[in-house]
Design a protein around this ligand. Structure first.
Ligand code: NAD
Length: 355
C-alpha cells in the first residue's frame, strides 16, 4: 500500500469548508485505490495571525518540509485588511510559496461540457477548451529588487535570471509533451528587455523538445486571443505578473471561479489550491462550491504522487456529479436538477469516486 503524508492548510473564510470536502473525497478514493493518506494541519493567513500574531508561523515553515504535498484552501478577509502589508494574510502566502520554492504554477482552464452555458462566452467559442497555463511564480516583478514606496514616486523591478526562465520553460515543455505538444510563450518583448531575455532562453530550452511546437505572443494580444479563440492554445508559458492576469482571464472561460484548481510545484513539496480566494461574503453559509479544491486534490494525486488512476477517479466523479445536475448555489442557474450545499456536493463526489 502506498502511503502519503499530506499537509493541510484550511486558511480563512470558506477555506475550512472546502478543504474538508476535498479530504472527504481523498479518503473515499484511498479506500478503493488501496492508498493511505495521513494528514497534518498547519496555520496560515488570518487564522495564523489570530493564533500566533504572524501570517506564516515558524511551525508551518518547518511542518511543510515533513510532508509529501500540501492541500490548501484560501486565506484573507476584511478582518485583517488594515494590518501593515507585511503582516497581512496575503504576505504569509507569498512568503510560504517562496519558502517552498514552488516556482511553477499550473492552472488548467477546462470547460466542462455540462456547464457550457455558464460561460459568458458563446458555447461554440468555449466548447472543448483545454488550456494549461504555466506561470512563473517566485520571480519577476512581484519579487524583484529594488522596490520602493516613496513620497513622490514608487517603483518595482521586473527581473528574471537565466536559471529561473530555464526551469519554468522546462516544466511547460514537459507538460506539453504529454498533451497536444504546443507551447505558446507569452511576453512583452517588443517593449521590455527582460521579456526579450525570457524569449531567447525559452528558444534555447525548446531545442531539447523538437516534438513540441513553440510560438511566441505579446501579452496584450494573448489577452485578446484568449477571449476571441481560446481553442488555439494548448500550454501557455508566461511570467509571474502576466500569468496572474492571463490565468484569471482563462479561468472565466469556464464560467465559475469555484471550479478551477491549481498546483504550485517546484523541486520539492508542492502546494495544491483552488484559484479563488476565501470568499468572506459567503463564508459559513455552506454554499461555497468545493469542486475547485476537490480538483486540486486530484492534481496533487497526479503531479505530486503519480497516482493517475486515483486522480482520474476524482475527475470522473466531478464530471458525473455535474452531468447528473447537482449544482452548488453559484451554478444554480445552469441546468441544475438539484441545488446542493458544500458538504452535500463533497459527499456526492466522494460517493461517485468510490464506485
Ligand atoms: P474571492 O475569490 O474570494 O471571491 C470572489 C467572488 O467569487 C466572491 O463573490 C465569492 O463569493 C465568489 N467565490 C469565490 N470562491 C467561490 C466558491 N468556491 N464558491 C462559490 N463562490 C465563490 O476573491 P475576493 O473577494 O477578491 O477576495 C476575498 C479574500 O480572499 C481577500 O482577502 C483576498 O486577498 C483573498 N484571496 C486569497 C487567495 C488565496 O488564498 N490564494 C486568492 C485570491 C484572493
Amino acid at each position: 500500500m502506498s502511503s502519503y503524508k499530506i499537509g493541510v492548510i484550511k486558511g480563512d473564510g470558506i477555506g475550512p469548508e472546502i478543504v474538508q470536502e476535498a479530504v472527504k473525497v481523498l479518503d473515499a478514493v484511498a479506500n478503493v485505490e488501496g492508498l493511505s493518506f495521513s494528514y497534518e494541519e498547519f496555520l496560515l493567513g488570518g487564522s495564523a495571525i489570530d493564533a500566533t500574531g504572524v501570517p506564516l508561523p515558524k511551525e508551518t515553515i518547518e511542518g511543510v518540509k515533513r510532508v509529501d504535498a500540501v492541500l490548501f484552501g484560501a486565506i484573507g478577509g476584511p478582518k485583517w485588511d488594515n494590518l501593515d502589508r507585511h503582516l497581512r494574510p496575503e504576505s504569509g502566502l507569498l512568503a510560504l510559496r517562496k519558502e517552498m520554492n514552488t516556482f511553477a504554477n499550473l492552472r488548467p482552464a477546462t470547460v466542462y461540457d455540462e456547464l457550457i452555458n455558464a460561460s459568458t462566452l458563446k458555447p461554440e467559442v468555449v466548447e472543448g477548451v483545454d488550456i494549461m497555463v504555466v506561470r512563473e511564480l517566485t520571480g519577476g516583478i512581484y519579487f524583484g529588487e529594488p522596490r520602493e514606496y516613496g513620497k513622490d514616486r514608487a517603483y518595482n523591478t521586473m527581473v528574471y535570471t537565466k536559471e529561473e526562465v530555464e526551469r519554468i520553460a522546462k516544466v511547460a515543455f514537459d507538460i506539453a509533451s504529454k498533451r497536444d505538444k504546443r507551447v505558446c510563450s507569452v511576453d512583452k518583448a517588443n517593449v521590455l528587455e527582460v521579456s526579450q531575455f525570457w524569449r531567447d532562453i525559452v528558444e534555447e530550452v525548446a531545442k531539447d523538445y523538437p516534438e513540441v511546437e513553440l510560438t511566441h505572443m505579446y501579452v496584450d494580444n494573448a489577452a485578446m486571443q484568449l477571449i476571441r479563440y481560446p481553442k488555439q492554445f494548448d500550454v501557455i508559458l508566461t511570467g509571474n505578473i502576466f500569468g496572474d492576469i492571463l490565468s484569471d482571464a482563462a479561468s472565466m472561460l469556464s464560467g465559475s471561479i469555484g471550479l478551477l484548481p491549481s498546483a504550485s510545484t517546484g523541486k520539492k513539496v508542492g502546494l495544491y489550491e483552488p484559484i479563488h480566494g476565501s470568499a468572506p461574503d459567503i463564508a459559513g453559509e455552506g454554499i461555497a462550491n468545493p469542486i475547485a479544491t476537490i480538483a486540486s486534490a486530484s492534481m496533487m494525486l497526479k503531479y505530486a504522487f503519480g497516482e493517475l488512476s486515483a486522480a482520474n477517479r476524482i475527475d470522473d466523479a466531478i464530471k458525473k456529479a455535474l452531468a447528473d445536475g447537482y449544482r452548488t448555489k453559484d451554478l444554480s442557474a445552469f441546468d441544475a436538477k438539484e441545488v446542493v450545499s458544500t458538504s452535500q456536493m463533497g459527499s456526492i463526489i466522494a460517493d461517485y469516486a468510490s464506485k
